[in-house]
Design a protein around this ligand. Structure first.
Ligand code: IMP
Ligand code: MG
Length: 179
């Protein structure tokens, strides 16, 4: 374990097992439909990369970058920093996220993609912090693991842009962000 980590929440092996379970479930639910997986940049990249290895059949990938976060506290406003290139109208979209906290980011992105005429929109998240939810209507269909309200890093999750490259998820020591 790294010295900035207080506790490991998901080992790499556990993450792979989660992706196997979710991948099977996703393909079973969509049947032979071609789903568009929409990764939320940047944090979803490692999870999305592992997840798609376990979803057989046809799928497409796209990415959107929406941001509401500065440091460890949510600032409340969501801005689209990079948009998708796929035509959304009539498509089945599966939004892939690293973690859901307040739900604000996904609420805004979901509303935008509904306005563009998506046929269906579901959410797949590696981690969920249900205690953090401040908005209604963000109910991920696919959840890797529900966790308590702690600040976590690794496997895509950052603290001020670092630690995304860990192959596991751990709770960040408070001494790293409280001075
Ligand atoms: P929400 O809009 O409050 O649901 O925030 C979701 C986004 O906040 C995620 O995509 C992450 O970028 C970030 N976030 C929330 N909790 C954590 C955490 O514990 N560690 C790192 N990033 C987090
Ligand atoms: Mg993020």
């Amino acid at each position: 374990m790294d010295d900035f980590v207080q506790e490991v929440l998901l080992s790499h092996e556990e993450i792979v097992a989660i992706c196997e379970r979710l991948g099977k479930q996703i393909r079973a639910d969509y049947g032979n439909k071609r789903v568009v997986l929409v990764g939320l940049l940047k944090g979803s990249i490692p999870f999305l990369a592992e997840l798609i290895k376990h979803i057989p059949g046809e799928l497409e990938l796209d990415f959107i970058h929406a941001s509401s976060y500065v440091g460890t506290l949510s600032s409340g406003a969501v801005v689209i920093l990079k948009d998708m290139t796929t035509r959304v109208e009539g498509r089945d979209l599966l939004l892939v996220e690293d973690i859901i906290d307040t739900g604000l980011t996904l609420k805004e992105v979901t509303n935008l993609l509904k306005e563009r005429g998506a046929a269906s929109i579901e959410i797949c998240t590696l981690l969920d912090k249900p205690e953090g939810r401040t908005v209604n209507g963000v109910n991920p269909k696919y959840i890797g693991k529900s966790i308590p309200n702690k600040f976590v890093v690794g496997f895509g999750l950052d603290y001020n842009e670092i630690y995304r490259n860990l192959d596991y998820v751990g709770v960040l020591k408070e001494s790293i962000y409280k001075h």
